[in-house]
Design a protein around this ligand. Structure first.
Ligand code: ADP
Ligand code: MG
Length: 591
C-alpha cells in the first residue's frame, strides 16, 4: 500500500511547492524543465534499464513531438491540445520504423546507429525550409484547453507534473503486466524468453516505441513552453544529457529517472551560473564537469544514485501479488493428446559446429506420459540436442516431430506453443525479478493482455489467474515461501527448481529438463523425483538429462545413451546398466 502511495505523496509535495510564499518564479520554471526531462528519462528506464537497449537518440524523438506541434499550430492553426494525439502517433510510427531497421543491430552498432539517426535529424531540420532551418519555428501558441490557458508558469508546471504522474503510473502498470514481464525478460536472455513464447524482437521494439512516445510528449510540452524551437535542443548533446540523467539517477528504477532528471537539470543550471565566474569566460565548461561526474558515478555507483538513497531510507518494497484464491487458474487450451501416443520423434538429427559433429544422426522418440533419460559423458551432445528440439539452435540435418508436427526451422517461441517447455543447464532466470514473476513468465502464452490493457490495469483478472497458477507451481517444487524473493538470491539448486516451476507454468505436454538435480541435496532430489512422477501421472512426457545415476535409474522409463554426438544405446534402465558399451563409455571418460 505504502509503495503505491509514496509517489502520490511526492507528487502532492511537488505540486504544493510553487504555491508556497516566497518561492521564486525562476524555480517554478526550472521545475517545469525537470518535469519535461523526467518524462524523457522515464522512457529511458524502460528502454535501457529494462529492455537493455542503449539509445543516444532520445532527443530526436523529443524533436519529433516538438516539430509536429510547432508546424501544426503555427502553419495550420491547430489548437495545441489537438496536436497531442498527432504528435504521439507520428513519434510512435517513426520510432516503429526506425526501431524495425535499427534494433536488428547487435552490440555497439545499435548505439552508434542511434547517434547517426539523431545527427541526421539535426541536419535535416537545420537544412530544410519546411522546418525553417536553423532559425527554427517561433510563434507557437501556449497550451489552451477549452479556454483555460497554461501560459502562466505555475499552471504549466502543474500540467507538466500531472503528465509526469500519469506516465509514472502507466509505466509502473506496464512493467507489472504480462507484456512488461516479457520486456523485463530480455535481461534474463533472449533464449529463455523465446523458449516461453516471447517474441523478443517485438518486445524490444515495444520498449523503443514506448520510450519514443514519452520523449515525443515531452517535446510537445517543451515546444509550448518555449513557444519557439530550433534544431539545437534536439541534438545529440541533449540525447547524451538524457542518458546521463537516467544513468546518474539509476536506470533500473523509475525513481532513479526522476532523481537524475532533477539533479542534472538543476546542477547544469547552477553550473552555468557559477562556472563562468570561476573560469572567467563563457564556454561549455559544464559539459566537462558533467563528463567527469558521469565517470565518478559509473565508477562508484554504477547502479546510479537511487538505490543508495533507498538504502538510506531503509525501505524495500516487495510487490504484493494477487493471492492464490483470487481467480480461476488459466488452463491451456490445447487439443487432447489421448489419440496421439508419440509426443516427440527425432530422426537422423545432426548438428555440426564447424568441423565438430556435436549431434551425429541421433534418433529416438518419447511417448505420452513417459520419462525418458538422455545420458552420456560430458560433451556427448545432450544439451545441444535439447537446443535443437526446442528450436534454440537450427539443426544441420534430420527431422524433429513434436505432437505430430514437423518443426524443422520453427523458432523456439513457436515450438513452445505446441506445449514444449524446458529448463537450462546454465540457469536463465531474470535476476532482478522476483521468483514468482519469473515463474509467471512461463504462462506468457496462456495470457492475452496487451500493452494497452496492461498500462491501464484492465488485465487484473488475467494477471490474478496467472499468478495463482505460478504460486501453485512454486508450491509443487517446494518454494512457495520464496515467492517474493529476488530470484538471484536463491541457491543455484533452488534456481533450477524455479526454472522447473516456470516450465510447468506453460502447461507443458513435453518437459525437457537439463540437469535438474544438479546442486540439490539428497532430500530435495527425492522430492523432485516425486514431483516428476506426479507430472508423468498427469500425462506429461519428460525428457531428462542428468548425471546422478541413482536419480536417473530410479525415475526413468527408458534411457537414450549418447557418446560423441551419436546414439550408443537405448533401453530400459536395467538393460542400460548391464550394457558393456555404456559401462565402457562411462569408465573410459572417467579414466
Ligand atoms: P553435453 O550437454 O552432452 O555435455 P553439449 O551438447 O553441451 O554436451 O556439447 C556437445 C559438443 O558440442 C561439445 O563438444 C561442445 O563443446 C560443443 N558445442 C556445444 N555448443 C556449441 C556451440 N554453440 N559452438 C560450438 N561448439 C559447441
Ligand atoms: Mg549439457
Amino acid at each position: 500500500m505504502t509503495a503505491r502511495l509514496a509517489p502520490l505523496a511526492l507528487a502532492a509535495l511537488a505540486a504544493a511547492l510553487p504555491l508556497l510564499p516566497g518561492v521564486p518564479a525562476f524555480w517554478v520554471t526550472l521545475g517545469s524543465y525537470v518535469g519535461i526531462a523526467a518524462i524523457v528519462a522515464l522512457g529511458i528506464v524502460v528502454l535501457t534499464g529494462v529492455a537493455a537497449v542503449v539509445s543516444f537518440g532520445q532527443a530526436m524523438f523529443v524533436g519529433f513531438g516538438a516539430y509536429t506541434t510547432a508546424i501544426l499550430t503555427t502553419r495550420y492553426g491547430w489548437p495545441a491540445f489537438a496536436t497531442l494525439p498527432v504528435a504521439i502517433a507520428i513519434t510512435g510510427l517513426l520510432a516503429w520504423g526506425i526501431g524495425a531497421i535499427t534494433l536488428r543491430l547487435k552490440g555497439h552498432y545499435l548505439p552508434v546507429a542511434t547517434i547517426a539517426w539523431n545527427i541526421s535529424f539535426f541536419y535535416l531540420t537545420g537544412s530544410l525550409d519546411f522546418f525553417r532551418r536553423f532559425d527554427g519555428i517561433s510563434g507557437i501558441p501556449p497550451i489552451d484547453l477549452l479556454g483555460f490557458s497554461f501560459s502562466d508558469p505555475v499552471r504549466f508546471y502543474l500540467l507538466t507534473l500531472a503528465a509526469l504522474v500519469i506516465f509514472v503510473a502507466i509505466t509502473r502498470n506496464l512493467l507489472d503486466s504480462r507484456v512488461g514481464r516479457s520486456v523485463r525478460a530480455l535481461k534474463g536472455g533472449v533464449i529463455a524468453a523465446e523458449s516461453f513464447g516471447v517474441d523478443t524482437g517485438r518486445a524490444r521494439i515495444l520498449a523503443f516505441v514506448y520510450a519514443a512516445i514519452l520523449a515525443g510528449v515531452a517535446g510537445w510540452l517543451y515546444a509550448h513552453f518555449q513557444r519557439a524551437i530550433n534544431p539545437s535542443p534536439f541534438n545529440i548533446t541533449a540525447s547524451i544529457d538524457y542518458l546521463l540523467m537516467a544513468v546518474a539517477g539509476g536506470v533500473g528504477q523509475i525513481g532513479g529517472a526522476l532523481l537524475g532528471a532533477a539533479l542534472v537539470t538543476i546542477v547544469r543550471d547552477k553550473l552555468q551560473d557559477v562556472l563562468p565566474l570561476l573560469v572567467g569566460t563563457q564556454g561549455n565548461y559544464e559539459s566537462i564537469v558533467f563528463g567527469f561526474v558521469l565517470i565518478l558515478i559509473l565508477q562508484f555507483a554504477p547502479e546510479g544514485l537511487w538505490p543508495h538513497l533507498r538504502a538510506l531510507t531503509g525501505r524495500r518494497v516487495a510487490r504484493a501479488h494477487p493471492a492464490q484464491s483470487a481467480a480461476e487458474p488459466i488452463r491451456a487450451e490445447r487439443t487432447d493428446l489421448a489419440a496421439r501416443r508419440e509426443v516427440l520423434r527425432v530422426e537422423a538429427l545432426r548438428k555440426t559446429f564447424g568441423g565438430l559433429v556435436a549431434v551425429n544422426d541421433l534418433g529416438f522418440s518419447v511417448a505420452q506420459g513417459e520419462i525418458v533419460g538422455l545420458i552420456g559423458p560430458n560433451g556427448a551432445g545432450k544439451s545441444t540436442s535439447f537446443n535443437l528440439i526446442t528450436g534454440v539452435l537450427p539443426a544441420s540435418g534430420g527431422r524433429i516431430t513434436v505432437m505430430g508436427q514437423e518443426v524443422g526451422g520453427w523458432p523456439a517461441r513457436r515450438i513452445a506453443t505446441l506445449g514444449v517447455a524446458r529448463t537450462f543447464q546454465h540457469v536463465k532466470l531474470v535476476h532482478g525479478m522476483s521468483v514468482i514473476e519469473n515463474v509467471a513468465l512461463g504462462s506468457h502464452l496462456l495470457g492475452r493482455a496487451g500493452a494497452i490493457a496492461g498500462s491501464l490495469r484492465l488485465d487484473r483478472a488475467e494477471e490474478a489467474g496467472i499468478f495463482a497458477k505460478a504460486r501453485r507451481q512454486l508450491e509443487r517444487v517446494g518454494l512457495a515461501e520464496q515467492a517474493e524473493t529476488v530470484a538471484s538470491e536463491l541457491a543455484l539448486g533452488q534456481q533450477r527448481l524455479v526454472e522447473i516451476a516456470r516450465a510447468l507454468c506453460l502447461d507443458p505436454l513435453l518437459l525437457l529438463l537439463d540437469e535438474p538435480a544438479a546442486g540439490l541435496r539428497h532430500a530435495e532430489k527425492e522430492a523432485l523425483a516425486d514431483l516428476l512422477r506426479r507430472v508423468r501421472a498427469d500425462g506429461v512426457s519428460v525428457l531428462l538429462v542428468e548425471h546422478d545415476m541413482d536419480f536417473v535409474m530410479g525415475l526413468t522409463d527408458r534411457l537414450v545413451v549418447m557418446n560423441f554426438g551419436a546414439e550408443l544405446a537405448q533401453g530400459r534402465p536395467a538393460e542400460i546398466q548391464a550394457n558393456p558399451l555404456v559401462v565402457e563409455a562411462y569408465l573410459g571418460s572417467a579414466a
